[in-house]
Design a protein around this ligand. Structure first.
Ligand SMILES: Cc1ncc(COP(=O)(O)O)c(C=O)c1O
Length: 407
């Protein structure tokens, strides 16, 4: 496929692109299912699926078909027209999440921007003197994106450093700390933004009762609850959406007012969504918000096909089952003693190491032909495609065990 090597592509990249991403020393030129091939012809088993984006693996026939059929039918005409693929995608979300209304855009950060704006719009917003209802509370170690609003809700200093002043009206409290959350709420609070499982922050689950308690607080104080499911959405956790892991004491589901989705929504094609209950969605009247290419027929057709496949191939259940298989395998690893903790749900797994830095394991895995990731210094992350073949997983897990010897 490529006449160039990793080395030459890396050199050309470095001369032509910004250096803002930490890089692994390989240029990937093709993929099929959960297998990748680099420019030197080396193959890898992909246990990270492009930060969760390629949730059905690479080049799934149903997605290729949806993409090419739509590409041969209609590209973008703009959101002044009605468009069947985006209706189909929104209907999937209504059927699988709750009765909401969709606004489509391209990235998780943009979806969160829309959610933050809508929470402020619903609350009346504030003025430049700090009057009104405009504050957004998020959680320490949370991650919501790199745009200025989303970054203001992402309280990790390393991400914010150099970009001040941030957007006013944001504050953060420890995840899982109900007392701190109660204390942070005041008459200015418009919204609470939380991940059902913190992803970038190290794969942290809340106490199972916490999401319901947050929901109750929001109801009592007329606050919009936003669940950022950019990582946890679209089957990743063994449920269509991560919030479906949690229940109220009476067994009823814990629902947000606004759900945000990205990453896996388009199966690897840039697509994101803010999905809001009708009362809030109705506030987004013409002129309030927009995104030129959001919900364009090509992205929407592929994303709708993602949900067709999730449903048809029963992939939520498969994610849960494969997640259990990986956890069971980890306990039997020769290098199991290197592992301090395993957290997550379904195929969103964080493996915390005793060693302070997981980067050597990621590098060793790559050398062995395995793609994994590390976050929060010493947490390895696995997020393979939900349909990763058993043979690939069976081959990948001993490689992971071997790579752990690097720390
Ligand atoms: C929970 C969460 N929200 C939002 C984002 C931002 O998404 P994007 O990079 O598509 O803007 C991320 C990215 O990792 C994320 O994990």
């Amino acid at each position: 496929m490529s006449t160039t090597s990793n080395a030459s592509l890396i050199a050309r990249h470095n001369a032509a692109l910004t250096p803002n991403y930490g890089k692994l020393p390989a240029a990937i030129v093709s993929g099929s299912g959960s297998r990748l091939t680099d420019a030197d012809g080396k193959t890898y088993i992909d246990l990270f699926a492009g930060f969760g984006g390629t949730i059905l693996g690479h080049c799934h026939p149903a997605l290729v078909h949806a993409l090419s059929a739509q590409a041969n039918t209609l590209w973008t005409v703009g959101n002044q027209f009605y468009s069947e693929p985006q209706i189909r995608l929104a209907e999937h979300l209504k059927a699988k999440a709750f009765d909401g209304r969709a606004f489509f855009c391209h990235s998780g950060a943009e979806a969160n921007e829309a959610a933050i704006k809508l929470a402020r719009l619903a609350a009346g917003g504030g003025d430049n003197e700090g009057h009104g209802k405009y504050k957004i509370i998020s959680f320490l170690k949370g991650f919501h994106g790199r745009t200025l609003g989303a970054l203001s809700a992402t309280p990790t200093p390393a991400y914010q450093k150099g970009f001040t002043p941030l957007t006013p009206g944001f504050l953060a409290v420890p995840y899982n700390d109900l007392a701190a959350l109660k204390a942070a709420i005041d008459e200015h609070t418009a919204g609470i933004l939380m991940e059902p499982i913190q992803g970038e922050g190290g794969v942290h689950l809340p106490d199972p009762a916490f999401p319901a308690q947050v929901r109750k607080l929001c109801d009592e104080n007329n606050i919009t609850l936003i669940f950022d499911e950019v990582w946890t959405g679209c089957g990743r956790t063994g449920h269509y959406f991560g919030h479906q892991l949690y229940r109220h004491p009476d067994g009823s589901p814990v629902l947000p007012d606004i759900l945000t989705l990205g990453k896996a929504l388009g199966g690897g094609i840039p697509t994101a969504c803010m999905f809001a209950i009708p009362r809030l969605a109705a506030l987004l009247q013409p002129g309030t918000h927009g995104c030129t290419l959001g919900g364009n027929p090509i992205c929407a057709a592929v994303a709708a096909a993602v949900f067709d496949v999730l449903e048809k191939e029963n992939l939520c259940d498969q994610a849960a089952e494969k997640g259990r298989k990986i956890r069971a395998a980890l306990t039997g690893f020769k290098n199991a003693a290197k592992i301090k903790d395993v957290r997550g749900a379904g195929l969103m797994l964080g493996i915390q190491l005793h060693a302070p830095d997981a980067a050597p394991v990621v590098a060793a895995a790559l050398a062995l032909g395995l793609v994994i990731n590390a976050t929060s210094k010493n947490v390895l992350r696995l997020a393979p495609a939900l349909n990763i073949p058993d043979e690939d997983l069976d081959q990948a897990l001993p490689l992971l065990d071997q790579a752990l010897a690097a720390v």
